[in-house]
Design a protein around this ligand. Structure first.
Ligand code: PLP
Length: 393
């Protein structure tokens, strides 16, 4: 047996373990200090009551012979796919339920979707970005080129005609920068993909945070159905990070070398995946009920208010940042030329505020830092108070 040697090419990710190590070491020396964590991108508010109620009802159904469910459809129950279809329709995007595939989250689909593509495809990934795109391709032995997301282009790189790409990753609103593409900008990417016979993998995991008219789905753009796959998730929309549910949209029009990607994905999923639990899918469908939608919006409003508090704090300190508007992330430039880890150490030592060093998301992340709005209001307010006391000139 020969193992997959490409696993040796995957960079070790020390980011979150290093953060935990540093925080633990600090607390061991300073047990009386209270550390405020605005680092990891996990939600903190509980599931909405409508979701809990639907899951309770589903559990009861599983306990009765007449309503018990065994294996479900690999692609997801029709009730959930129809709810997702209606969610898109409300935004003017028309999808067939055959094009919607329910999964246990966007991370799995980010990795699994690569089954559809030959190894020799060239891959274009923004730097900085959610590290899963790079690592899953490296594991599969693909070559990666990077598009530079910098302060100069507002962390929203546009196509470079000189760079060839078969698979293009776009993440908007972006993790970690919080920057989000407008419809016009995405049209530029769609046109580029169509000209180059490329496919766009569009990660819309944070679409629910968009408030200023930026695109929430790439399918809002003309032509996208011929070149894009969209990955989305209930994790950030409805607090499903621990409950696990997401979906991927693969349009009928995606045909390359006479092969339909939708049919391939269906074949892949029916072969390697046995669907998401009925109970979880019932909970996910409740997100789209009238009560569920209202409750979810209340939670999102809570996180948005946190984001606003952090953004205002940055304004008051004169620190440049992106995000915070269409995104739970505030991506800030470390003051006085500090590196990302220097700033991390500085905040931990001086005011016990923990964020995420930007360099963990790619080379262009060096000198930047990510704070998240997913903490409690109390933690966010206290962190802002401490940051202002330290950095306000
Ligand atoms: N895509 C992006 C950009 C993310 O930041 C995350 C999680 O943080 C995911 C996907 C993963 O989502 P899920 O919880 O659905 O696997």
């Amino acid at each position: 047996m020969k193992p997959n040697h490409h696993y040796q090419d995957v960079a070790e990710t020390y980011l979150f373990s290093n953060i935990a190590k540093k925080v633990n070491a600090y607390l061991a020396e300073n047990p009386e200090k209270s550390v405020l964590r605005l680092g990891i991108g996990d939600v903190t508010l509980p599931l909405a009551p409508a979701v809990i109620q639907a899951m309770h009802e589903a559990v009861d159904e599983m306990g009765k012979k007449e309503t018990f469910k065994g294996y479900g459809p690999e692609q997801g129950y029709a009730f959930l796919r129809e709810s997702i279809q209606a969610y898109y329709a409300r935004r003017g995007v028309s999808l067939s339920t055959d094009e919607i595939f329910v999964s246990d989250g966007a991370k799995s689909d980010c990795g699994n979707i690569l089954d559809l593509f030959a190894t020799e495809n060239s891959v274009l990934v923004p730097d900085p970005v959610y590290p899963v795109y790079v690592d899953t391709n490296v594991m599969a032995g693909r070559k990666i080129s990077y598009m530079q997301a910098t302060k100069e282009n507002g962390f929203l790189p546009m196509p470079d005609p000189a760079v060839k790409a078969d698979i293009i990753y776009l993440c908007s609103p972006n993790n970690p920068t919080g920057a989000s593409y407008t419809k016009e900008q995405l049209k530029g990417w769609v046109d580029f993909a169509l000209e180059n016979n490329a496919v766009i993998l569009y990660d819309a995991a944070y679409e629910c945070f968009v408030t200023d008219g930026a695109c929430r789905s790439i399918f809002e753009v003309d032509g996208a159905r011929k070149c894009a796959i969209e990955l989305c998730s209930f994790s950030k929309t409805a607090g499903f990070t621990g409950t696990r549910c997401g979906y991927t949209v693969v349009p009928e029009e995606l045909v390359f070398d006479g092969m339909s990607l939708r049919k391939m994905w269906l074949r892949r999923q029916t072969t390697k995946f046995n669907g998401v639990s009925y109970i979880v899918q019932k909970g996910a469908a409740a997100v789209f009920s009238e009560a569920g939608e209202k409750q979810i919006q209340e939670n999102l409003a809570y996180y948005r208010e946190n984001a606003k508090l952090i953004a205002t704090c940055m304004d008051e300190c004169g620190i440049a940042y992106t995000g915070g508007k269409n995104s739970p992330y505030i991506w800030l430039q470390c003051p006085t030329g500090m590196t990302s880890w220097e700033f991390f150490d500085y905040l931990l030592k001086e005011i016990q505020v923990v964020g995420t060093p930007g360099s963990g998301f790619g080379k262009n992340g060096e000198g930047f830092f990510r704070l998240t709005a997913f903490g409690s209001r109390e933690t966010t307010m206290e962190a802002c108070r401490r940051i202002k006391a330290l950095l306000k000139k």
